[in-house]
Ligand binder design. Sequence first.
Ligand code: FEO
Length: 406
Amino acid sequence: MYCVRNVTDNLYWVGGNDHRLELFENIHPIPRGVSYNAYLLVDEKTALFDTVDWSIARELVSNVRSVLGDRKLDYLIINHMEPDHGASIEEIILRYPDVKVVSTEKAFLMMHQYGFGIDNVETVEVKEGDTLSLGKHQIAFVEAPMIHWPEAMVSFDLTDGTLFSADAFGSFIALDGKLFADEVDFDRDWIDEARRYYTNIVGKYGSFVQALMAKAGTLEIKRICPLHGPVWRENLGYILEKYTKWSTYEPEEKGVLIAYASMYGNTEYAAQALASKLCERGVNNVWVYDVSNTHVSYLISETFRLSHIVLASVTYNLGIYPVMHNYLMDMKALNVQNRTFAILENGTWAPKSGDLMEEFLDNEMKYIDVLSGRVTVTSALNDDKEAELDDLADAIAESVAELQLS
Ligand code: FEO
């Protein structure tokens, strides 16, 4: 039995899907699953591009066997050896002991560190610009450091324009039979999860993504085969434009994310009041999230999407509410920049969270504006705060209106 799809006449998707894993990297929820993609090119020589997570190793082996039949596997090309792709290397070697494993120097070092079983197999170390002939198909190797691990490379089929892009251009969500981005309504059903994947997994390394995109700009790419999510063979400009925005930390949309931390509902009420006032001012692209019940990976994704962020937090142990603090730390870790913030704080006897959040934004993050007019709530939103909340809504609405997006 097998589960294979043709990418082209002689290139096959031989990966698999996982709906059982709850947390990708044991941290990011994946309620719609994930795919681990591997591709098999059949020419005078045969080459498997990457393997899969251990959880679907059996499917990979079955799929490869179904395509190869009695033929041997000549090359195993490892673009990215992180265990969600590299864990099945040994399974392939055990079944095809004459295979030559092709990858970068750093990748081989890390395969040894993980014990991926490459000691008794021939290895071919490649670097930027090296090529490999499979017969009709010539494969060029392009180093892609820090996308998002240092050992990563991408492979480009010079013969038919296929870019094997490793984690770049990938997405959460299991494929479930679909293979190509044009077989789904990507902009309706996939973009939020593609953004959440990029921003949380690769988002820190925007400058490296820019460097790879500059190299890719010199290639005649006809299709992109990532290690997660669908293959791109049409409308490549759509995903390339998203990557340009994300990797340069430019907002995709003019809009406001209100992230609130509330213990008894009073800060939530203030956040909702502000959201209403923004909509009254014509700023309707407003999204309100409770940081306590929204996984931070979703907050990060929305932070990359939107131009303005309101941090509304209670004071907790004379500090920032811990879950809000975690969101701030994650924004810093993922290099969030070029955003405009506004602050609303709450505290019953010593409101401190506003000062602390503003200090964090000023000292720990880059290219951030904080609007003046912070609102301080003492316990609950009272009528005497109405004017301050109106002023803050005015300031945010004005800033949104003035913003020019490229
Ligand atoms: Fe999908 Fe970096 O592994």
